[in-house]
Write a protein that binds this ligand. Structure first.
Ligand code: SF4
Length: 318
């Protein structure tokens, strides 16, 4: 088996709801190689951000990790106590969050936010040493040194997102999880931020999980793509294979809904809506929207099957 830096095994996340248990992540497994860029895509509510939080053990009540395991190298994260897990966040696995304005402290200068992150992990730098470290980190993400003295509201959206990347890489993590890092940015700034993210990932030799719903962005950035639907990982494959020959009907429809220059007429969307997780249809959760659904799909949930070393799919017809 090829080398892995992160392994997610049969992960399940549940939310306790007055009408029963809602499963937001349902038996999800995948692995990440060192230096690999792995994408997680799907519609809103498919469970991709929940899975990112579950990897970091940051699910809050009424949610809970119901089962499964996450391994970072040889370390099983469920075996770590709260302090060791807290230390591993940022140092081992770091998150670049969605919406940088909400994740940066509005009343603390960027320099001090980076200093706090370092100090919280036992790297207590002060004065000149801190200034140099901050300057280096800002340079790594393409920000000028004077950003160190600024408050978040003095920065543009793209600069704020780069400041978040600088914090995320301050302890040289092995894995970076970027949760829709460009969702609030215009396309030009989006491209610049993704280039920055790609460059720092290479400098660090880290692996990255990019969470999002922009299939065009995924096609340009990731090596392998996982597609989530209703809490399940329904297809995983190398990006070229999945774009040119998707095996799962949902993946195919997501790709077909991308606008293209050759296409005339209106955009093609996926009919219907993603199901409510507390009211999933029986069998394959995608069957009410799937043009290829058969009788079997309405009653039997498709198992996840391996398609070679790099790919999996959960569809009766694959
Ligand atoms: Fe469609 Fe059936 Fe495959 Fe589900 S299992 S995606 S309903 S063909």
């Amino acid at each position: 088996m090829s080398e892995t830096i992160l392994r997610v095994e049969r992960l399940r996340v549940a939310y306790d709801h007055p009408r029963g248990v809602v499963r937001a992540v349902d038996d999800v497994s995948f692995s990440l190689r060192p230096h690999e860029r792995f994408g997680l895509a799907g519609e809103s509510g498919s469970g991709k951000s929940t899975m990112a939080l579950a990897i970091l053990r940051m699910i809050k009540r009424p949610g809970r990790i119901e089962g499964g395991e996450v391994w970072l190298g040889d370390t099983a994260l469920s075996g770590l106590d709260t302090d060791r897990m807290r230390a591993l966040r940022l140092a081992g696995i770091a998150m670049v969050p969605q919406g940088s304005m909400n994740s940066l402290n509005p009343v603390v200068r960027i320099r001090d936010q980076i200093g706090d992150a370092l100090a919280d992990h036992g790297v207590g730098l002060k004065g000149r040493a801190l200034a140099e470290r901050v300057r280096d980190l800002l340079a790594q993400v393409g920000l000028p040194p004077d950003v160190a003295r600024k408050y978040p509201h003095e920065l543009s959206g793209g600069m704020k997102q780069r400041a978040c990347i600088a914090i995320a890489i301050c302890l040289r993590p092995k894995v970076i999880i970027a949760d829709e890092p460009t969702s609030a940015l215009d396309v030009v700034v989006q491209k610049q931020v993704m280039q920055t993210l790609g460059r720092v990932q290479q400098d660090l030799g880290a692996a990255i999980i990019l969470v999002g719903h922009d299939m065009g962005l995924m096609a340009q950035f990731v090596d392998r793509l996982g597609i989530m639907y209703a809490g399940r990982l329904v297809e995983v494959a190398p990006i070229r294979d999945i774009i040119t020959a998707p095996r799962h009907p949902y993946t195919r429809m997501l790709i077909e809904s991308l606008p293209s220059l050759e296409q005339r007429g209106g955009l093609r969307g996926i009919p219907g809506l993603a199901p409510l997780l507390r009211e999933l249809p029986p069998g394959c959760a995608f069957h009410p929207r799937c043009p290829a659904a058969t009788e079997r799909c309405r009653s039997e949930k498709p198992a996840v099957r391996a398609m070679g070393e790099d790919a999996t799919v959960a569809c009766h017809l694959a």
